[in-house]
Design a protein around this ligand. Sequence first.
Ligand code: 13P
Length: 287
Amino acid sequence: MLVSAKEMLDKAREGKYSVGQFNINNLEWTKAILLTAQENKSPVILGVSEGAGKYMGGYKAVVGMVNGMLEGLGITVPVALHLDHGSYEGALECIDAGFSSVMFDGSHYDIDENIAKTSELVRICDSKGISIEAEVGSIGGEEDGVVGTGEVADPNECKAIADLGVTMLAAGIGNIHGQYPDNWAGLDFDVLAKIKELTGDMPLVLHGGTGISEEMIQKAISLGVCKINVNTECQWAFAEATRKYIEEGKDKVGKGFDPRKLLAPGTEAIKVTVKEKMELFGSINKA
Ligand code: 13P
């Protein structure tokens, strides 16, 4: 059964580790992430962007697939199904479809509108036992058409949003989605520390987990980050393993063209990446 992300994040904050959010794109992604979580006794959050939801045939199709796999694969670790960077309407649709967690990304609105829309969704999510993530200060880079300029959040605005009763808060601290440029200045830990000071026990979320150094990840966790999002790194791993299989001509040997064979190396590569991240985030054996 899907669970809200609240309990797993509260435990992560107390235990000083982070739960990984791994974005899903299809059946192989979902299966790879769920099996890795189960094998390593780790809680996990499956992230679904609006674009990925559409690609997979709509939010109800996603809910059906994930719930079916929890049962069919015998998954017993805590799993939250979470909308990633949702619009207000997208969040309502996911709540209706059976997601156990949503993110409302109101970072592109002015703060008053972000507060108004976030509070309305907090009220709805609370009544249904669904966890909710809000965002202040847009995350840089592009993810599925959601483009952010890479702002550093205003800690006072973070406090205003945290006070609305959200479950977790994503704050821009110089992080971006996708590849970091060579001249990237790194995470702004002074701002993160200030946000932590003002928001107290609020679990903080770090987006753009791909390509952040181990040292920076550990420091971020020590400053209150309880959830770290990873997407691009799994995509790179999948693409590389699939390319290798085809370049080696394996699809032309026997039944190597069967999708269950063709997609197997990529699926295994996602499992390796997810396990590495779970080790780094400290969530193994925490389920
Ligand atoms: P990356 O694609 O950079 O890992 O970021 C993922 C993310 O933050 C999803 O919201």
